[in-house]
Structures are given as C-alpha cells and as structure tokens.
Design a binder for this molecule. Structure first.
Ligand code: GSH
Length: 347
C-alpha cells in the first residue's frame, strides 16, 4: 500500500527557458501567468460565493475555520481588485462575528478558560504562591526549566512539545521575532537565539523537521507541521541576525518542500499545497532568487486544478485555513509576491 503523503513532483525545476512565460526578467510575474491566476481566482471566488450558506456552519466565527477567515479573504480580494462590494461584505461578516463571539464563543475572558486561568493566577500571586501561579501562565521559560528542556524556550500543547508553525515552538518564535522591538537584548540573546540554534539541530537529513520532540517520523511537510512553516521562521531569523546558517536551514526546508510538498491531503494553507507554496514566496523575498518565485508559481498552478488531486475533503471546505478561502488568498498573493504575507501569521 502506498502510504506516502505526497504526489511525485513532475514539474520541471526552474530554468530561464521553462519559466519564460511565468516570470519576467525583472522578477515580476509575467502578464500571461497573471491572466491565468486572475481567471482561476475569479472561478474559485464564484464557487466560494455560491456556497455562502455554508460559511456559517456550526456557529464557527473564528479566523481559522470560521466566517471571520472567509471575510479576511473577501477583504483581501476586494482590496486587490478595488471592489468595494467585497470590502462591505467582509465588514458586515466581521461585525457579526464580533457580536457572536462575545455571546457564544468560549475562548473569551468572561466565558472561556482564559478568565478562570487569569483570575486564579492573580489570586495565587496575592497569596504569595508564585510557583503555583507560574504553572498557570503560558510561559515558555518556566515550562522549559521545569521540564529540563534543551531549548531555553519550550511549550506544550495536548501534552506534546510541538515544533511546527501552527502548534509549536516555531510559530511562537516567529511571532516573538516579529515583536523583537518589544524584547530586551538579554531576552533575544539568551532565549530567542539559542532556541533557534536548538531547532536547527532537530532538522532531519532530508531537510524536514519532526512534528514534536522525540518523534522520529519524517512524514509531515505542511505549514503547520514540518519544513514549510520552519522555513518561514528561518528566513526571518536570517533577516534579523544575518547568520548564514539560518538561511541554509531555510533553503534545505525549501528543497524538501519542493520535492514532497504536493500533498495528497489537499490544497489548504494549513496542511496543503497552498501553504507549502508560501515557503517559496518567503525564500524568494529573502534571497531574490527567481527559482523560488518560479516554484511558488508551479504550486499555484497545481491549485488551478482545485479539488482534483486530494484524498479527502476538508472538514470546513470554504474556510481560510482548511479550505477554499485560503487557496484564493494564496493565489492573490502570488500575483504580488514582493508584498505577500501568510494570512494572520505575518504582522
Ligand atoms: N480538520 C482538518 C481538515 O479537514 O483539513 C484535518 C486535520 C489535520 O490535517 N490536521 C493537521 C495534521 O497534520 C494539523 S493542523 N494532522 C495530523 C496528520 O495529518 O497526520
């Protein structure tokens, strides 16, 4: 039985001759490929709109799988094509999400777990029970020291120390790096940088990363788990620290993503081909090497056949992170690769 997670990548790799009608000399997307992207985006947007009733399934108002994420794509589309109707629809949906989150959703201070956790922390602190209080706070430093981790920062979720962009330390480090101007030099030197060096040591010889510590499986090549999300982190780390080894790590992630990134699981930005396409966009932004822009275009081209190469349908088929809205977002981003940013992750 074939248990591989990816299709064989039959795309020819970059050369000036194969890319002549995809990329122009000046690293811009060729008008011919742009027309194809636009055609595809409009077709997929039509499908998205035809399924509007399904956007609001299960009262999910989140950016990840709910209507707020779809609104984000509508807004981005409206901005790109200068179409105010989409911006208005997006605003109306987001207002509805905000109202409904307050009254129904559980991840709030008043009705969700955040409230009791924060209140308990305050009470324990006032009683001088600092250690107990610290156990309640999300804190990578204390988790790492109390669990004797090799990285000065570490986090756990569902009792696992995840590594990747969505659930793991790579995602946290990515946000901390973006917020570096709010950190002290000591925090950067003693926590952030050594955590990056620790992560580098986990890279498999294939270029991929484990999904959690101690897990030897080299299986998942997705933005959420494995090389793609980590490549994005190390591109930024290279930009900030100018350490060549960070760029080398990111490039090795890019190679394995090109080789094994056309996933059977589907097209999503979280664990599918569109998310993996962002790997090449970030490598292109960092290195200006047109090879990566070409590769991003080929992953976009794969998405032109949306739905035809996948072994399952997403649970939330129209959502930003699992479904169609995210794929449209990626195709819009490929049209303007210098400005592209992974939605809601890059601030
Ligand atoms: N609910 C998701 C969908 O319908 O698209 C599927 C769940 C999923 O793929 N989760 C990701 C994953 O890697 C993490 S966000 N799962 C483990 C696996 O594929 O082995």
């Amino acid at each position: 039985m074939d248990t591989t997670r990816h299709y064989k990548n039959h795309f020819e790799d970059y050369s000036t001759s194969v890319s002549h009608n995809i990329i122009e000399n000046n690293c811009m997307i060729h008008d011919e490929f742009k027309s194809l992207l636009t055609l595809e985006i409009k077709k997929l947007m039509k499908t998205l709109k035809e399924n509007e009733k399904k956007w609001y399934n299960n009262d999910d108002y989140s950016v990840y799988t709910g209507s707020a994420g779809i609104a984000f794509t509508l807004y981005y589309y409206g901005k790109y094509y200068n179409d105010s109707a989409y911006i208005k629809t997006a605003t109306d949906i987001l207002k509805k999400c905000a109202t409904n989150f307050k009254s129904k959703h559980k991840v709030t201070f008043l009705t969700g777990v955040v409230g009791p956790l924060a209140l308990a922390a305050v009470i324990l602190y006032s009683q001088g029970k600092k250690e107990e209080m610290e156990q309640l706070i999300f804190n990578g430093v204390s988790y790492s020291s109390s669990n004797h981790c090799q990285s000065p920062l570490m986090y756990s979720w569902h009792d696992k120390e995840y590594i990747g962009g969505a659930h793991g330390i790579a995602g946290v480090l990515y946000l901390l790096l973006q917020a570096r101007h709010y950190l002290t030099q000591v925090q950067i030197d003693n926590y952030l940088k050594p955590s990056l060096y620790y992560l580098q040591r986990l890279q498999f010889s294939s270029g991929n990363f484990p999904s959690s510590t101690g897990n030897p499986s080299d299986k998942l090549i997705q933005w959420c788990h494995g090389a793609p999300g980590i490549s994005i982190l190390f591109c930024l780390a290279y930009k900030v620290f100018e350490d060549n080894t960070f760029l080398e790590t990111a490039i090795r992630c890019g190679e394995v993503t090109w080789e094994r990134g056309l996933l059977k699981k589907g097209y999503s930005i979280c664990h599918g081909v569109a998310g993996n396409g962002y790997t090449f966009i970030y490598l292109f932004q960092q290195t200006k090497d047109v090879k990566y822009l070409y590769r991003a275009c080929k992953f976009a081209e794969w998405c032109f056949h949306y739905g035809s190469h996948q072994n399952r349908c997403p649970d939330r088929p129209f959502s930003l992170f699992e479904g169609l809205a995210g794929v449209i977002y990626f195709l819009l981003d490929v049209q303007q690769p210098h400005l592209a940013k992974f939605p809601t992750y890059d601030i």
